[in-house]
Design a protein around this ligand. Structure first.
Ligand code: SF4
Length: 234
């Protein structure tokens, strides 16, 4: 598997769990505000058993979060092997995904405990933002799979000025409502060291604006959280 690294301990990457975070390398998207752009290519090739041995040294955790990059870009058999070995050790497993690999997600969704799906913009704007013409249809397919599975999941939007505004959030929230999504998260944009230099000069919206966006979304989705210096329910 191609890895960027492992963070031993996080309190914020898996709701209700102390977790390790596995950063996989590789991603099909090129979001201009990507903060993990050093993981978009390259990475260290490591065996599943090595990754498991690194994680099980940590006695504090009860979960493991796969992030990236895009975890579902990895080989499916290796992903399944890694998940099942971690589950055998008693860890809960969460996957952060951009939604571009619905076929792969469908094959592992019953094995995992939590999914965080990015919903970055309106379907019409997805190709320009991500660089992939078929990104919106694949993300919508992923949403369909999650909604019809039993897995716990959240859908989240990074609120990037020039990309996301009231109209964007309202359209996304309407779509989430159509799919019966129960939890929507609006998360603050951070401009440090992002992929596109132009986005390094964009100031994040004030928290109050995120709360206002959250109130709009709340008309469509039962639970809305704003993540900005901590987390609060709207
Ligand atoms: S999907 Fe995530 S990892 Fe991939 S380019 Fe976009 S922000 Fe970066």
């Amino acid at each position: 598997m191609l890895l960027g690294g492992i963070l031993d301990l996080s309190t914020v990457d898996f709701p209700g769990k102390l977790c390790s975070v596995v950063f996989f390398a590789g991603c099909p998207f090129r979001c201009p505000y990507c903060q993990n752009h050093r993981l978009l290519q390259g990475g260290m090739r490591l065996e599943v058993d090595y990754i498991v041995s690194e994680i099980k040294r940590n006695f504090l955790i009860d979960g493991v979060c796969f992030t990236g990059g895009e975890p579902l870009m990895q080989n499916l058999d290796e992903l399944k092997d890694l998940i099942s070995k971690l589950k055998d050790l008693g860890f809960a497993v969460k996957i952060d995904t951009n939604g571009y690999y619905p076929e792969k997600l469908a094959k592992i969704v019953d094995l995992i405990d939590y999914v965080a799906l990015d919903f970055k913009t309106t379907p019409k704007n997805y190709p320009k933002l991500t660089g992939k013409d078929d990104s919106a249809e694949r993300v919508l397919e992923t949403l369909k799979i999650l909604s019809s599975s039993g897995v716990k999941f959240e859908v989240r939007t990074t609120v990037v000025p020039t990309v996301v505004d009231e109209i964007t959030v309202t359209e996304i929230a309407e779509i989430l409502s159509d799919f019966g999504v129960k939890l929507y998260v609006l998360q603050q944009f951070r401009n440090e060291d992002v992929l596109d230099e132009n986005f390094r000069h964009i100031e994040p919206y004030p928290k109050d604006y995120l709360i206002e966006l959250g109130k709009l979304a709340k008309s469509y989705v039962p639970k809305v959280l704003v993540r900005c210096e901590g987390e609060e329910e709207v």
